[in-house]
Write a protein that binds this ligand. Sequence first.
Ligand code: F6R
Length: 242
Amino acid sequence: MKTRVYDDHAALSRGAALALAQAIGEKPDLNIVVATGSTPMDSYAELAAMQRRGEVNCRRLHVFQLDAYLDVADDDPRSLYGWMKRSFLDPLEIPDERVFRMDRGNADPQRNCDAHAALVRARGGYDIAVLGLGPNGHLAFNEPPSMRDAPTRVVPLSEESIVSNARYWGGRDRVPPLSVTAGMDLLLAAKTLMLLVSGEGKREILRRTMAGPVTPMVPSSYIRETARSLVLADKAALGESL
Ligand code: F6R
């Protein structure tokens, strides 16, 4: 695991966009899986601004969906696909045929998960995973406890995720209870795993990620086991001690 420290959220977002642009410059059709949530939004906006200035071309990326709420349709603006479309696919002008959604059309959601994981593997795995850090150390919706080899699957949201997502749903009782998530196995196999962490509110879970026990109770702690992981954090998240 490597770490890059930035003065603030704006610098972190620029740094993440630059790192992505460099990787995309080297391999314009790379396989990327991207988090939604608040942390990476400005990074994606920076990347789109770079594309408008002709500094990077993201139109040939292969984009994989990271996670989804189980019973929320893709055309619902609150769906994670809808969020990814607004924040990443549309600004970067990525055509539909280069996007691999988590197909949830089948009555058997686990079969969909297995098929999606098989597709990711058949296409060579993720070159880059852009992830945010959950308040409980979840990566995507790999809620604690999640082992390093946890597969792509249906996961009930943890209490902490329900509380932290309540703001998007108008109250905790409206948060969908089930998600589907790319597994820890796929994420930890990414050729580059970028974990973006911003703000004081993430300080304690970032400390546990980087310096606590490596444990399924903090799924993000597994990123320490691979040299292919890169933590991009601002000073507010990192605090004084690290
Ligand atoms: C979103 C996702 C989540 C978030 C995490 C951090 O697709 O998979 O794991 O990345 O909950 O969310 P923010 O960035 O809103 O703090």
